[in-house]
Ligand binder design. Structure first.
Ligand code: UDP
Length: 233
């Protein structure tokens, strides 16, 4: 496979949470390390950030689902603003783009403008998910990767990769090294939502899942994604 030149990195909100702090400084420092690797390797990096460290629509049933999902999307905006400014404060040029505009704070996503920023070496942080309820930022990550013609989607999570069952609940869970989208769909693996799987599978977008806490794993992950549109971990 040709060397990945443009990558969509999906970071789940939970990965940035430590104890009671929704955005822990030491975890933001890890994000700086991830982005520095890409800069060294001249990889263009777009980040889709989740919001689960603050709010997930489906888990907050005290209000109607679509309003709750809107709150979730706003949570991704909070995360995105923080990580953009944090990267900038570490000398990394970054810009933030929203599925919806927030006047004077977040411009609306534009493929052309985001590609321009990426070409200039800026990390682009994409917030607000898809802008529609009933989706997740996993689906958003695949959608934006397709729009931006990325070579690969990487999902950085709290766990090491793709497991046959939730490793946080089942200590005997097995890490699956490589599998096709068909297998993933069939086994109903919870690592990513089904809409994201389906979209990636249909459009042959390769994906890999890895631990956010291991920024040194990039070379190994990039070596394994050989373009056969499998999920790897
Ligand atoms: N969300 C949404 N539409 C989207 C993306 C996200 O409604 O296109 C809402 C949804 O409520 C979701 C929340 O935002 O639960 C936070 O996103 P997600 O759960 O994907 O975050 P993560 O689990 O990756 O931190």
């Amino acid at each position: 496979m040709k060397k990945a030149q443009r990558i969509l990195l999906k970071i789940s909100g939970e990965a940035l949470k430590k104890n009671d702090h929704p955005l822990a400084t030491e975890l933001l420092d890890l994000l700086v390390e991830h982005t520095r690797y890409c800069q060294r390797e001249s990889i263009q990096l777009a980040i889709v950030i989740g919001g689960g460290n603050f709010w997930r629509g489906a888990q907050n049933a005290m209000i109607d689902r679509s309003t709750s999902d809107s709150v979730g999307m706003l949570a991704t905006v909070m995360n995105g603003l923080v990580i953009t400014r944090y990267l900038e404060s570490h000398g990394i040029e970054a810009s933030v783009w929203g599925a919806f505009e927030i006047v004077s704070l977040v411009p609306a996503f534009s493929k052309v403008d985001v590609l321009k920023d990426l070409a200039q070496g800026k990390v682009t942080v994409l917030v607000g998910g898809t802008g529609s309820p009933y989706f997740t930022t996993d689906s958003c990550a695949v959608l934006r990767a397709l729009e931006l013609e990325c070579d690969l989607v990487l999902k950085a999570t709290k766990v090491k990769g793709i497991y046959d069952q939730d490793p946080t609940k089942h200590p005997e869970a097995r890490l699956l090294k490589r599998l096709s989208f068909k297998e993933a769909e069939h086994q109903k693996l919870g690592v990513m939502d089904q809409t994201a799987f389906t979209l990636a599978s249909e459009h042959r977008m390769p994906m890999a899942v890895f631990s956010f806490y291991q920024p040194d794993i990039w070379p190994s992950i990039l070596n394994q994604t050989d373009g056969d549109y499998s999920l790897v971990s």
